[in-house]
Design a protein around this ligand. Structure first.
Ligand code: SF4
Length: 231
């Protein structure tokens, strides 16, 4: 945090209280005015909802994509289309080791043997590194996505990263998301139409049946529900 934003926790707590009933656009505007170019966002490229929302308020924003080396081809295609269509600066972030180097050093299929270490090496560390130049980041977390996300605030202090985390659509429902995407013709990862409501790395994501928990296809049967970047 820079000096003016030293007391990030107090800033986040005050904003969370003031903006709890604000629209997503108002929350993004607050973040853009407060942090300027030290605000960035992340995208999993499951769709461009957040990119569409944020880039309308802050064109040119840095959008961090964690290129784990294990993504579906459809996700990489979505990333490339999003970078072309929206007024953003795509920041493609790679892990310190390629998949081949990880296989050589730690054995093949680490994701099947120890997904927590694999996620740390390919998501958590790269994100931590990528976020270093910023004071705040925007994410698309929603309270209704999972039990573990019910406590998500519209603005939060991320004590581990020592940054302000802005979640403009924390209060949105799936219906709100669907309505916005339809109205604005948002780019969507084609896997979404193939039974993947939540999209992560290919080895750790399976399609889910209609009515199933949307995130139940992530790390299915591995006793894991989050990669760690939002903990
Ligand atoms: Fe590795 Fe799976 Fe985590 Fe991707 S989601 S980083 S493949 S454990």
């Amino acid at each position: 945090m820079n000096v003016a934003l030293e007391d990030g926790r107090a800033l986040a707590d005050r904003a969370a209280a003031e903006l709890e009933e604000a629209s997503a656009q108002e929350i993004i505007r607050w973040a853009a005015e407060t942090f300027g170019d030290r605000l960035c966002m992340t995208s999993s490229m499951a769709d461009a909802l957040m990119v569409d929302l944020v880039s309308r308020v802050k064109p040119g924003i840095d959008v961090i994509f964690l290129d784990t080396g294990y993504h579906f081809a459809e996700t990489i295609g979505t990333r490339d289309a999003v970078a072309q269509v929206y007024p953003i600066n795509l920041v493609n972030v790679e892990p310190l080791r390629t998949v081949e180097e990880q296989d050589r050093d730690l054995g093949p299929r680490l994701h099947g043997r120890n997904p927590n270490i694999c996620c740390h090496l390919r998501k958590v560390e790269p994100l931590q590194r990528a976020l270093e130049p910023y004071d705040a980041w925007v994410s698309g977390l929603r309270r209704d996505e999972a039990v573990t996300r019910r406590g998500v605030g519209v603005v939060q202090w991320d004590a581990r990263k020592k940054m302000v985390k802005v979640n403009p659509i924390a209060r949105w429902t799936q219906q709100d998301v669907d309505a916005y995407m339809e109205e604005h013709g948002v780019i969507v990862n084609p896997l979404r139409y193939d039974g993947y409501p939540s999209i992560g790395c290919a080895p750790c994501t399976r399609p889910v049946a209609p009515g199933e928990d949307p995130r139940s296809g992530r790390w299915a049967g591995m006793g894991k529900t989050e990669c760690g970047i939002h903990l």
